[in-house]
Write a protein that binds this ligand. Structure first.
Ligand code: FAD
Length: 483
């Protein structure tokens, strides 16, 4: 009686932290537990990497632009926020995807999942791979499965099964769009564990993909109709709608924006959380929804930690993050002669271009440009190609326009451009990542009970995975607050 309510502090107001706050509040209310939630965000606005800009009738995504449609956590959140009717599918007429090969755009053969053929005829016909490259890929049908079960690199795995040509010409450029990563350095288990399972179960990756494609047709019934029609979805008002709706729903909790957390210390059974401007908050539970390197800084000083856990925190700090940028460019239809009959193209490193990909945004997402206008988005930066960070905005724009001229023949001055730089934004899960993470979590459960880590640095960079992680962190924290 008369006891002050317990306190939960969520650090980071990106999609992970906001999801954690949303589900934490819901779980507490459901169990009639009175605890107060405070969300602390360094920048002046919520949303983290999600940033939707409305300009001259265009809808410009400066960060993510869509999400995988068949992932439950984001579909659940969409329903709980009442946003289902706002969902939009990618234009079914823009399914084709192109890849730059020896300076020219080639259509990506249908049914090529990150380079793994799931349809035979388009794979045999494609001019993207040499006859030898195709033959090498077909070896997958006969090669034995790997005996050991430990992690390996995604690139090593694809090369082992399908050969180097598939890896370099198809897998790597497609991957650049998701992780901006070097396939030879990324962990297979932390990125595409399903590939490994297919090999274990079916021996051949191609045969396994064909079998799982059949299963995919028998999708769970709870999926909204729209998620059956399109592999990717977004919202009519952009992904920013998700943040706006979460912001509204969370209006009753305390939000401190424009303030970084500078220190987290365990004292007795509670945490002392220091903010940038000197304020100290006390918490009984803490969720860190931050990039791994930021969490590592806060954790290193925070408690008496065993040397082993200290080393694991160091591995958290060592997860490489790649810097990327993107430029949105608006045009009039007469400025572009190339028929934009697809969703865009990707660029292999061997082509020696500045851009790694270009989305034909207004063709893929019809709601993003006013009538008679075209919106493109070009991407820059991947692992091992970071020299661009030293260039000025003008230099970047010039380089991108040169690439678009060479590849798409565009010489016209764009109506406007929007450049967004995202420094250290794309985590590169190293081989063994999940194992390290499990050990770290074990150590933290002892040294920091009631402190949880979640976000794109850990178990998936996609928005659905981030939402799922925020929700799991809230669920894991709940038992600490049960009377
Ligand atoms: P963040 O969004 O990084 O949020 C972390 C927050 O913590 C930030 O707001 C930061 O300001 C705050 N913070 C940091 N330090 C402190 C501190 N000390 N104190 C308080 N606050 C702090 N995913 C998709 O599913 N689809 C896509 O199309 C897609 N495209 C992408 C395109 C780009 C350019 C990028 C960069 C990512 C893309 N992703 C995409 C990945 C996805 O956007 C991210 O993985 C996800 O948004 C990360 O969310 P988060 O909440 O974990 O982290």
């Amino acid at each position: 009686v008369g006891e002050a309510p317990k306190q939960i502090i969520i650090i980071g107001g990106g999609i992970t932290g906001l999801s954690a706050a949303f589900y934490m509040r819901k779980l507490l209310a459901g169990q009639q537990i009175s605890a107060e939630i405070t969300l602390v965000e360094k920048s002046s606005s919520l949303g983290g990497k999600i940033k939707t800009l409305r300009r001259d009738g265009f809808l410009i995504e400066q960060g993510p632009d869509s999400f995988m449609a068949r992932k439950q956590p984001i579909l659940d959140l969409t329903r709980e926020l009442g946003l289902e009717r706002e969902l939009v599918a990618a234009n079914p007429k823009a399914k084709a995807n192109y890849i730059l090969h020896k300076g020219r755009l080639h259509q990506m053969p249908m049914g090529l999942m990150l380079g793994i053929p799931t349809e035979v005829t388009p794979f045999i016909k494609t001019g993207l791979l040499s006859p030898l490259g195709k033959l090498r890929a077909a070896f997958d049908l006969w090669l034995p499965k790997r005996g050991t079960t430990g992690d390996e690199s995604l690139g090593g795995f694809i090369e082992r099964r399908l050969g180097r040509e598939v890896l370099e010409q198809v897998t790597e450029p497609l991957l650049a769009g998701i992780y901006a990563g070097d396939a030879k350095a990324l962990s297979l288990q932390a990125t595409f564990p399903q590939f490994r399972q297919l090999e274990q179960r079916h021996r051949s990756l191609i045969l396994g993909m064909l079998a799982s494609k059949k299963q995919a047709r028998e999708m769970p019934k709870e999926l909204p109709e729209i998620a059956r029609r399109s592999l990717f979805l977004t919202f009519k008002g952009g992904l920013g709608s998700l943040i706006e709706r979460l912001d509204e729903q969370l209006s009753s909790i305390r939000r401190l924006t424009g303030q970084a957390v500078t220190e987290v210390r365990r004292e007795g059974r509670r945490y002392q959380v220091r903010l940038e401007h000197g304020e100290e908050l006390q918490a009984d539970g803490v969720i860190m929804a931050l990039p791994a390197y930021e969490a590592a800084v806060l954790l290193e000083e925070s408690a008496e930690i065993q040397a082993q856990t200290q080393r694991q925190i160091q591995t958290l700090r060592d997860i490489p993050y790649v810097s990327v940028a993107n430029i949105a460019l608006a045009y009039r239809p007469q400025d572009i002669k190339l028929p934009l009959n697809g969703s865009g193209f990707v660029v292999p490193r061997s082509e020696g271009r500045m851009i790694t990909a270009c989305t034909w945004t207004s063709s893929k997402w019809l709601h993003t440009a006013p009538e008679n206008h075209i919106l493109l988005r070009a991407y820059i930066g991947h692992a091992g190609a970071q020299a661009w960070t030293k260039l000025t905005d003008r230099q970047l724009l010039d380089a991108v326009r040169q690439d678009l001229q060479a590849i798409m023949g565009i010489t016209a001055e764009p109506l406007f451009t929007e450049l967004t730089r995202w420094g250290r934004s794309m985590p590169q899960y190293p081989v063994g990542h999940l194992e390290q993470l499990a050990k770290l979590r074990e150590g933290l459960a002892v040294s920091h009970p009631g402190l949880l880590l979640c976000g794109s640095g850990y178990e998936g960079v996609g928005l659905p995975d981030c939402i799922g992680q925020g929700r799991q962190a809230a669920e894991a924290l709940l038992p600490f607050f049960k009377q």
